[in-house]
Design a protein around this ligand. Structure first.
Ligand code: HEC
Length: 122
């Protein structure tokens, strides 16, 4: 019971955050077509540093190392919501650990966006 709550609460919070962020982006009239890493800029989050400390062991520097069956991020076409969720709560098979107690929601979203830069086709 407690485990279920623990898994669902961050999901709920993330949904709220994403709704808030998504809405803001769409209504901004001056938003250029190019992607703006708003979160990273606002919070000055060093995604590359976090990557090297927290993620590189399984995913590798370029996202394609695949240690422990880690998904190849150069090929992944998962959307932002999926990535935020898996970074927050870990993978269902438990191999990728949850980062919700280690990274802030802002850092998790920045990391999720960062992982999308590995796939040149996204
Ligand atoms: C202990 C190894 C490990 C670490 C550390 C790890 N991951 Fe993962 N990651 C995995 C595995 C395994 C999967 C595939 C899980 C699955 O699909 O069930 C995965 C999947 C993902 C996915 C989903 C990609 C897809 O297409 O399914 C993203 C995004 C991701 N990781 C980002 C990160 C980020 C960001 C970090 C660091 C904050 C990180 N990972 C740290 C093992 C790891």
């Amino acid at each position: 019971m407690q485990t279920i709550m623990k898994r669902l609460l961050p999901l709920f919070l993330l949904t709220l955050i994403m709704l808030a962020c998504g809405g803001g982006e769409e209504t901004t009239s001056e938003a250029p077509a190019a992607e703006t890493p708003a979160v990273a800029a606002a919070q000055d989050i060093d995604v590359k540093k976090i990557w090297k400390i927290r993620c590189i062991a399984c995913h590798g520097l370029y996202g394609d190392m695949g240690t422990n069956g880690a998904a190849n991020l150069q090929e992944s076409t998962r959307d932002l919501a999926y990535r935020v969720n898996i970074i927050t709560n870990g993978s269902e098979n438990g191999i990728m650990t949850p980062f919700k107690d280690i990274l802030s929601p802002e850092e998790i979203e920045a990391m999720a966006k960062y992982t999308m830069t590995f796939n040149e086709n996204l």
